[in-house]
Design a protein around this ligand. Structure first.
Ligand SMILES: Nc1ncnc2c1ncn2[C@@H]1O[C@H](COP(=O)(O)OP(=O)(O)OP(=O)(O)O)[C@@H](O)[C@H]1O
Length: 235
């Protein structure tokens, strides 16, 4: 499996987020995506999934440029849970994704159990806590068994039990055939599941295997800026 970003440029009006950024990932497993607030992590995920369009450059999977059809078939994106429909239940959302991607009932049951959502799956999204919504969002992203899985801040706003559930999930990914890119400010947690980190530095992407953990490298790269910790109220 080969995921590649070549000479990617993107700007919001006159605010450049990427200028000729490059990245090559060759093996399956978990990768962290790390950078300060507002550096462009969500923007990168939106560019990969085609929600935003680069002004220059290409994003390829196994050498083929990611078109909407290829994204549908190969990429899953656990976005911010604000994209869920408040008046629908978790089960409604699951049904929708399962129909679109032909997901077997056994897979739905297994993933729902793994993320421990069965107790609240028939409640409307509007009545769920942040952590419950987050876990539902992750279930939806896992169902299609996409080759490339993007997770935007999956640990954000979670209580310790939910963090544990997601941590176990990420640890399982160490041995899957999927490529998983996880953006997080929670560098302690990231360090527990991977030493392969993509840092957003200036308008580029810098991939490193961090021997001493992401936290130590973060301080060096971002001029000793303090990373935002989980629980700091970052939305
Ligand atoms: N729709 C938009 N219009 C204009 N500027 C935007 C828009 N969305 C994001 N930006 C800006 O682009 C930059 C990158 O934002 P992005 O949300 O990708 O960063 P992030 O690294 O995911 O941030 P955080 O860690 O806070 O979630 C920020 O400066 C942000 O203000």
């Amino acid at each position: 499996m080969n995921f590649e970003i070549k000479d990617l440029s993107f700007a919001y009006r006159r605010h450049p987020v990427f200028i000729e950024a490059n990245l090559t990932l060759m093996t399956s497993g978990v990768y962290g995506l790390v950078g300060p607030n507002g550096s462009g992590k969500s923007t990168l995920f939106n560019l990969i999934t085609g929600l935003l369009h680069p002004t220059q450059g290409a994003i390829t999977l196994d050498g083929t440029v990611l078109t909407p059809n290829l994204v549908f078939a190969n990429v899953a994106y656990a976005q911010d849970s604000s994209v869920l429909y408040p008046y629908l239940t978790g089960r409604d959302h699951i049904r929708f994704v399962a129909l679109q991607h032909h997901v077997a009932a056994a897979r739905i049951a297994a993933v729902s159990e793994q993320l421990e959502i069965t107790q609240f799956v028939d409640q409307r999204v509007s009545s769920l806590s942040q952590g419950q919504k987050q876990r539902l969002m992750i279930v939806l992203a896992l169902l299609p068994e996409a080759r490339l899985l993007l997770m935007d801040e999956p640990l954000n706003g979670l209580d310790p039990d939910s963090v544990m559930i997601i941590r176990n999930l990420l640890e399982d990914f160490k041995s899957t055939a999927q490529m998983v890119i996880v953006s997080s400010h929670n560098l302690d947690e990231l360090d527990k599941v991977t030493d392969q980190i993509i840092f957003k530095v200036d308008q580029g992407l810098q991939f490193e295997t961090v021997a001493d953990g992401a936290e130590a490298r973060y301080a060096e790269l971002y001029h000793h800026a303090r990373p935002v910790k989980a629980g700091d109220g970052h939305a």
